[in-house]
Design a protein around this ligand. Structure first.
Ligand code: NI
Length: 256
């Protein structure tokens, strides 16, 4: 059994064949999904999908690209959505300094607010970090007393960043970019992730694995990531499924 801990099935790329996409994934062994809200609209849609499908859970948040100075109303609504029974996390939230339309100070302010919300509600954070390693870690450190309850999604950092994140208590989630031909460095770093901290995700519709590169990504394609990780970690495919599912259940308190 595989749990895709980060996908965006609410996106328009799945508008015409969402049901099919989900059943294809189920056939591939992906039995549960966490649909991650990237905006206020996406958070509403995530909650709606979780109500519609038994095996979908929701996360609510605003991606740093959508951070604006005027998010008070959105934050209030996200807090209300977060009270839903199937909402298992706050995210995706964080920092993205790579060609972002949103300025770093605005992103930081919003990130701090979401960390506060996650702590108040006791829900883990799904953290998006791109080209902002130092700020991400220092904000988490200053806002969280003790271990950080959450996951670094789409991990693609260096070994030193990995060590610091693990020391802070974070889980590490890999996407299918781990299978890219040119991802040798990332595969090297991935060897050092302990088995009790690793998660699988697709981030579909983004980042299709090497064999499907350039296409729309789907949760069913996560098997290529599982196979790649099995090789990197030197454990069987079954073991990868087992440990990553146990970790997902633990972090997101999935009642399955
Ligand atoms: Ni995402």
């Amino acid at each position: 059994m595989i749990i895709d801990t980060h996908c965006h099935l609410d996106f328009e790329q799945f508008a015409s064949d969402r049901k099919d996409t989900i059943s294809q994934a189920e056939k591939a062994g992906v039995l549960y999904f966490i649909n991650v809200g990237a905006s206020l609209h996406g958070s509403r849609e995530s909650v709606r999908l979780a109500a519609e499908y038994k095996n979908i859970f929701a996360s609510v948040g605003i991606h740093p690209h959508h951070a604006t100075g005027d998010t008070e109303g959105a934050l209030g609504e996200i807090e209300a959505l977060a009270a839903g029974k199937k909402v298992v996390a706050i995210g995706e939230v964080g920092l993205d300094y790579y060609k972002s339309p949103s300025l770093p100070p605005v992103q930081k302010k919003l990130f701090v607010k979401f960390i506060g919300l996650s702590r108040r509600l006791g829900l883990p954070l799904i953290i998006h970090n791109r080209s902002a390693d130092c700020d991400t870690l220092s904000i988490l450190k200053s806002e969280c007393a003790g271990p950080v309850h959450g996951v670094l999604h789409c991990f693609s950092g260096e070994r030193t960043f990995l060590t610091k994140a693990l020391d802070m208590g974070l889980f590490i989630s890999f996407t299918c970019n781990l299978t890219f031909k040119n991802a040798g460095n990332l595969r090297e770093v991935a060897k050092y992730v302990p088995l009790d901290r690793v998660l699988l995700e697709t981030d579909a519709p983004f980042l299709a694995p090497q064999a499907k590169r350039g296409k729309r990504n789907e949760p069913a394609y996560i098997t290529e990531l599982r196979d790649g990780l099995s090789e990197i970690l030197g454990i069987s495919k079954d073991e990868v499924e087992k440990v990553t599912s146990e970790n997902a259940k633990k972090l997101f308190k999935l009642n399955i």
